[in-house]
Design a protein around this ligand. Structure first.
Ligand SMILES: C[S@@+](CC[C@H](N)C(=O)[O-])C[C@H]1O[C@@H](n2cnc3c(N)ncnc32)[C@H](O)[C@@H]1O
Length: 392
């Protein structure tokens, strides 16, 4: 004999209240058999029906829509919409899950660091600092390793690649000089921010009489720069400061020219335009270079690459507008030549391939090679733009 259930038993079977089932009954979602004494009984079929209803409800359907579905009047349009929103919900939950897993040091933290760095760049850095990373390492984690657990190993390989290379970004002496020539007055106090090993610094020193203060947060780069200035007998015109570009340790408006080749992106170009004003004299100048889009229709590969590597990459026009909005007058801008890029990536590729032999598993080295290959194949869709501007 088929099992029958009283309403309280059905409620227990499906984990719903008696009141909820009475409401289902009222909507004709279930129909118990009523006895003369007023009691209703339900069958296994009712149990199954309620379970199906519960599943449909958890897929986001209202009771009325559930009923229509069960009665085979399926509204495909409605179900497709629900399916879409369910997919979005799952994606959102997956992201939330990734966040918790990343915070616990489990799973793939790369995607999370990338997304946190896009949607909440300042909060992301602050959070990393709270986790015990110094700002220097937090910024490197954001831009380079994107992985808290592998960070030290990643950075050690990364620095091993770069330690023998003098150029840490695209550029050439000619183009540094061209940008300098666009500055209308002779600077006396130059500040170079993110100077690396000082290739541009040498050009600035050789073509002005200015005193040059250099700032970088990588001491090994500053050491090489000081050595270079010593060899050129320019040491008396140099002050080298290990500090962060995010908190420049100088008194107000000290410099009549600030120079930043390939480094403003680290704190964000609009942030840099705003913060660095404080150390530039009234009517002083700023030259910064930045990676920009040179086409409206980049190939998919390039789009995907920069969506994670430099999500704030802009067109030249957008940067020009931002420069104006930050109260600078743009004086000149130009795109670095392919030669300037080759100066950077050709020795980098040779070095990375050489080290890959020793460390075939190194993610840092593999990432560098992938990046260089993208440059080789797609340069022209993007490029480096030098912007010379005057503060007003
Ligand atoms: C892409 S490299 C460019 C170096 C150099 N201007 C060139 O073109 O070769 C960026 C430089 O910024 C420095 N850097 C990174 N984060 C920094 C920070 N928070 N403050 C100061 N310098 C920083 C790096 O050590 C590196 O030297």
């Amino acid at each position: 004999m088929a099992a029958t259930y009283k309403i309280s038993e059905l409620a227990e079977q499906v984990g719903l209240s008696r009141t909820a089932l009475l409401y289902y009954e009222k909507l004709n979602l279930i129909t118990g058999t009523r006895f003369a004494n007023g009691y209703r009984t339900y069958s296994d079929k009712d149990v199954q029906r309620v379970r199906l209803l519960q599943q449909l409800q958890s897929a986001g359907l209202t009771l009325k829509e559930c009923k229509a579905c069960l009665e085979a009047e399926i509204d495909r349009e409605l179900l497709s919409q629900r399916l879409k929103s369910l997919d979005e919900e799952i994606e959102q939950k997956q992201r939330a899950r990734n966040l918790l897993a990343a915070m616990l040091g489990e799973g793939d933290s790369k995607a999370w660091h990338e997304s946190a760095s896009q949607v909440a760049p300042d909060a992301h850095i602050e959070w990393l600092v709270k986790q015990g990373f110094e700002e220097k390492e937090a910024l490197r984690l954001k831009w380079l390793s994107k992985d808290m657990n592998q960070h030290d190993a990643y950075m050690s390989d990364f620095m091993q690649v770069f330690e023998t290379l003098d150029r840490w970004g695209p550029g050439s002496s000619e183009e540094t000089l061209n940008a300098l020539k666009a500055v209308p007055s002779h600077p006396h106090q130059i500040l170079e921010i993110g100077c690396g090993k000082g290739l541009a610094t040498t050009v600035l020193a050789s073509n002005t009489d200015a005193h040059i203060t250099v700032v970088d947060n990588e001491q090994s780069a500053l050491d090489r720069l000081e050595q270079r200035f010593g060899e050129l007998e320019l040491a008396d015109r140099l002050t080298s400061v290990a500090a962060s570009m995010t908190e420049l340790p100088f008194t107000d408006e000290k410099f009549d020219l600030a120079w930043a080749e390939g480094s403003a992106y680290i704190m964000g170009v609009t942030n840099a335009l705003k913060e660095w004003r404080q150390v530039i004299s009234t009517d002083g100048y700023l030259m910064l270079s930045d990676l920009v889009w040179l086409t409206d229709k980049p190939s998919d590969k390039v789009k995907v690459f920069f969506a994670s590597e430099y999500p704030d990459m802009q067109t030249v026009n957008t940067r020009r507008e931002q420069i104006g909005q930050a109260k600078y007058q743009l004086i000149a801008d130009f795109t670095l030549t392919t030669e300037a890029w080759k100066n950077y990536y050709q020795p980098l590729k040779v070095r990375a391939l050489e080290l890959l032999q020793e460390k075939p598993q190194s993610q840092a080295i593999k990432d560098i090679i992938t990046e260089v290959e993208l440059y080789e194949q797609h340069l022209g869709e993007f490029g480096y733009q030098m912007f010379v501007m005057q503060k007003f």
